[in-house]
Design a protein around this ligand. Structure first.
Ligand code: 5GP
Ligand code: MG
Ligand code: MG
Length: 183
């Protein structure tokens, strides 16, 4: 274990390296919040957090919005505990909200192969939302194997496996405040 020296130091395993410090995430979320508030003013969008990875991002993002929003969650799984996409996507918890005729913003933690977003786009479109937008905290453009359109991206990152701020390392480490890559 080692201690990192960000704004708020936290204890991480030796093979974890800081990629995006907490303060950088915070300031980027302010910008995203302003942009989304501007684009959705008066529309009362439903934000759909894709579990589990997006729960911290969603919680922080909505507190940077100055518009009325609803929140719902959908749980899908494609990875299990592995680090590569299996490409096989299952719905583990369906939507509760009725998104027919609504403005919908899907909130993802990270876009890697793009298969999850492609699946969500097709699945959610079938419920006839009036608009369907995607926001992701992280995108790995070099890993995208299907063409996906993401409306709001927090950070573009290189092909590294990242953890923290909701993202897991075999289900652990979601509670780290900064984002790290594993060597
Ligand atoms: P995709 O379908 O785009 O390949 O990836 C979808 C999901 O895989 C993401 O929402 C995320 O949960 C997981 N994932 C992809 N890359 C990473 C990564 O670097 N770290 C972690 N912890 N999860 C990842
Ligand atoms: Mg995800
Ligand atoms: Mg995972």
């Amino acid at each position: 274990m080692k201690r990192t020296f960000n704004d708020q130091s936290e204890i991480v395993p030796e093979n974890y390296h800081i990629l995006i410090p907490e303060a950088t995430i915070e300031s980027r979320l302010k910008e995203l919040g302003q942009q989304i508030s501007r684009d959705f003013r008066g529309k009362k969008p439903i934000l759909i957090g894709i579990l589990n990875g997006s729960f911290i991002f969603l919680a922080d993002l909505i507190r940077n919005l100055d518009i009325d929003v609803e929140v719902d969650f959908l749980r899908i799984s494609s990875y299990g505990d592995g680090r590569e996409s299996s490409g096989h996507i299952k719905i583990l918890k369906p939507l509760s909200a009725d998104i027919n005729g609504r403005s919908v913003i899907v909130v993802e933690d990270i876009v890697d192969s793009g298969l999850s977003v492609q699946f969500l786009e097709r699945m959610l479109s079938a419920f006839n939302p009036v608009e369907l937008k995607f926001v992701t905290l992280l995108n790995k453009p070099s890993k995208n194997i299907v063409e996906v359109h993401i409306d709001y991206i927090g950070f573009e990152i290189e092909d590294k496996f990242v953890v923290g701020y909701g993202l897991d390392d075999a289900q652990l480490k979601r509670n780290l405040r900064s984002i790290y890559f594993i060597e």
